[in-house]
Design a protein around this ligand. Structure first.
Ligand code: NAG
Ligand code: NAG
Ligand code: NAG
Length: 304
């Protein structure tokens, strides 16, 4: 009968040590429960930040495309107006001027407009290639960052540990993890907006290259059209008419749409609505032959 209380006391002692140990093991689960919302929040923040960065780059692409279209339009209008101007001179010559000579000039104007059309397409092809590769690049960058952030494992703290043997170590690691998880988002957001800004900057370069491509081609066109006017006088023995006074005399200085005044094309851009530029967006391929080759100027008579 004497041994019994001792045995009981021993048993209770073992029991209480074991129970304390088990309490700590259960605290691991509490710590884990605390970590879960923090992780969820991190994932949400990352997903939102990445989505926001993607939306922002999408917006950048949209503005870029709008801008490219309006630059193209203004250069096209300049070309069309210049053509109309030269044809006005050619068509306005008195009957004493050799009509076949004038016909050659019309053909020359026509050919050079077609060449300008080729150049518009070439400039745009460069834009297309650059834009595609820039989009691929920025999406890759955004993808990389997303995975590298979300990859943080919740459960790697258990690796090499036993939840019943050394629970406190696990709890400590979880607490440490919690604080690192809570610090992550701020720097992520910053990194992402830097990526988007860099993307926008690179597209700015593409746009500048496009504008200078158009400008160079426009100068070529203007030169050839000037040559036609000289040929009109020198070869066809015509005389230049006085400057057009009947059409759009004053409004010509108004700026058209382009959004970015700093990099404006240096051409004087006609705002008005002479017929064509409704089908402006697409890359027109001007190679198909004119339907009526015998009277090349006829189609342009209406433009005047
Ligand atoms: C992603 O997970 C792997 C496997 O657990 C790990 O080796 C790597 O360090 C983790 N990367 C990051 C950024 O956490
Ligand atoms: C996206 O644009 C919004 C509004 O301009 C800005 O507040 C946000 O920081 C941008 N996000 C990123 C990741 O660039
Ligand atoms: C936080 C992070 O992973 N940032 C990376 C985003 O992607 C760029 C380009 O791949 C890396 O240089 C950054 O380290």
């Amino acid at each position: 009968m004497k041994a019994f209380p001792v045995a009981v006391a021993l048993f209770l002692g073992v029991l209480s040590i074991t129970q304390a140990q088990r309490e700590t093991s259960l605290r691991v689960i509490d710590a884990l429960r605390e970590l879960h919302p923090a992780y969820k929040e991190l994932r949400d923040v990352v997903v939102n930040a990445v989505a926001s960065a993607k939306l922002n780059s999408s917006e950048v692409v949209y503005k870029f495309n709008v801008d490219i279209a309006s630059r193209k339009e203004s250069f096209m209008q300049t070309a069309i107006k210049s053509e109309a101007n030269v044809l006005r001179q050619v068509d306005g010559q008195p009957t004493s001027v050799d009509t076949s000579c004038l016909g050659f000039l019309r053909q020359s104007v026509d050919v050079n407009m077609n060449l300008a059309g080729v150049s518009f397409t070439n400039c745009l092809n460069n834009v297309d290639a650059s834009l595609s590769s820039e989009i691929v690049r920025v999406y890759n960058e955004l993808q990389v960052n997303e995975t590298s952030f979300v990859n943080l494992s919740v459960y790697d703290v258990f690796r090499g540990q036993n939840v019943f043997v050394n629970p406190q170590t696990i709890v400590d690691r979880l607490v440490e993890k919690l604080s690192s998880v809570q610090q992550a988002p701020a720097e992520l957001t910053q990194e992402l907006s830097q990526l988007v800004d860099a993307f926008e900057g690179r597209l700015g370069d593409v746009r500048a290259a496009y504008t200078s491509c158009l400008t160079m081609n426009d100068q070529l066109l203007q030169t050839t059209l000037q040559t036609v006017l000289q040929q009109l006088q020198q070869i066809c023995l015509g005389a230049l008419l006085p400057a057009a006074s009947t059409e759009e005399p004053t409004e010509g200085t108004e700026e058209p749409v382009p959004t970015d005044p700093a990099t404006e094309p240096a051409t004087e851009v006609p705002t008005e609505s002479e017929a064509p530029p409704a089908e402006v967006e697409e890359t027109e391929v001007p190679s198909e032959p004119q339907p009526e080759p015998s009277t090349p100027g006829a189609a342009y008579g209406m433009v005047l």
